[in-house]
Write a protein that binds this ligand. Structure first.
Ligand code: SF4
Ligand code: SF4
Length: 341
């Protein structure tokens, strides 16, 4: 553990943290506190060296994330904060307090004008924009809707307010495969919008009420709910990249990113169950460009495993559209140079 902590400090220094944080900056350390029964997210022990590095720049770090759309201990700030503390993300252990970036119910937000292809303004968690600088810690994983969970997703979905998340998810339209549905009712219990009913012993979804959170796809153990990935995922990824742009626009020189390509799992850290890694640990990437970092993460997975992340997680669900779109709208560049330290 000590060796990893030392490397995290060295990576932040190599990425130029000293030039990104000014004295007295309020520094948002964006992370994901994990989920019940899910133990593969970034542990609190890895946060301490990040906090120390921010303090060495005379910054004021706080740990932060936003509330989620689906039913979870993280769907409001009170239980989210309790869960983070239970997970060990305490002031005593990490050296920094936790602030839920979009407030009690996900509605503390700032509208940010952007030059996107889809949006001309996006809704971002208030604390994400009120912070002077950002350290974005992302656990690289597969994802059932976006193909890749990395820096772009951590910024774009992870720092969107509730309204921002809804505007991204609005493209997802899940459908029930009636022949596969057993009528078990699990999806009804988990649907946060009450959009699912049982008709004739089979689930059916009201598309007008559905908010596209994707929770039903995850909880159905009979593969009876699907998305049309080709139709939905590319636009979801593009919307996500545009929200990521809204988080950093005007201050792209005030952020540092770490991508943890460790314990890479098929699904993201939101899943309420234990997951086995789908490939051996690769390492930690540091940089100042979320697009380059995500591109390098996917390339390294191919180099080390001989397979695309999609082949290992959700075949046919390519996570690269978010990277390509991010580059097209000025979130970053797909060009990078890897320097090993
Ligand atoms: S969870 Fe799946 S099998 Fe169960 S009711 Fe919903 S769609 Fe049908
Ligand atoms: S039906 Fe829609 S709102 Fe309900 S869980 Fe599925 S995706 Fe989410």
């Amino acid at each position: 553990m000590k060796e990893v902590q030392r490397k995290i400090r060295a990576l932040l220094e190599a990425a130029g943290i000293a030039s990104r944080i000014r004295a007295h900056d309020r520094v948002a350390v964006k992370l994901h506190f994990g989920e019940l029964k899910n133990d593969t997210s970034i542990p609190p022990e890895y946060i301490r060296p990040v906090v120390e590095a921010v303090r060495a720049c005379s910054g004021q770090p706080f740990l932060t994330d936003t509330c989620v759309l689906y039913k979870s201990v993280r769907d409001n700030a009170i239980s989210h904060l309790r869960f983070a503390a239970d997970r060990g993300f305490t002031l005593g252990k990490t050296g920094a307090p936790v602030i839920i970036a979009d407030g009690l119910k996900g509605s503390d937000e700032i509208t940010v004008p952007i030059q996107g292809r889809i949006f001309k303004e996006v809704s971002v968690a208030a604390a994400a924009r009120d912070a002077d600088s950002l350290i974005v810690l992302s656990h690289v994983t597969g994802h059932l809707a976006t193909g890749l969970g990395g820096a772009i997703k951590n910024l774009g979905m992870g720092f969107a307010s509730r309204k921002g998340k809804l505007r991204q998810h609005a493209v997802l339209k899940p459908e029930v495969v009636r022949e596969s549905c057993t009528g078990c009712g699990a999806c009804l219990e988990h649907c946060p919008a009450d959009a699912i009913a049982l008709n004739g012993g089979r689930a059916s979804i009201d598309p007008e009420t559905c908010i596209g959170c994707g929770e039903c796809v995850t909880v159905c153990r009979f593969d009876a709910i699907t998305h049309d990935w080709n139709r939905d995922s590319v636009e979801l990824q593009q919307r996500m990249a545009e929200h990521a742009l809204g988080v950093v626009t005007g201050r792209q020189d005030r952020a540092v990113y770490l991508n943890f390509i460790l314990s890479v799992t098929k699904d993201c850290d939101c899943m309420p169950f234990r997951q086995k890694p789908i490939l051996p640990d690769i390492g930690i990437l540091a940089g100042t460009d979320p697009v380059a970092l995500d591109a390098a993460s996917l390339d390294l997975i191919v180099k080390k495993s001989g397979k695309e992340l999609a082949e290992l997680s959700y075949p046919g669900l390519d996570g690269r559209p978010q990277i390509k779109h991010g580059a097209e709208i000025g979130l970053g560049s797909m060009e990078y140079e890897l320097i090993e330290i």
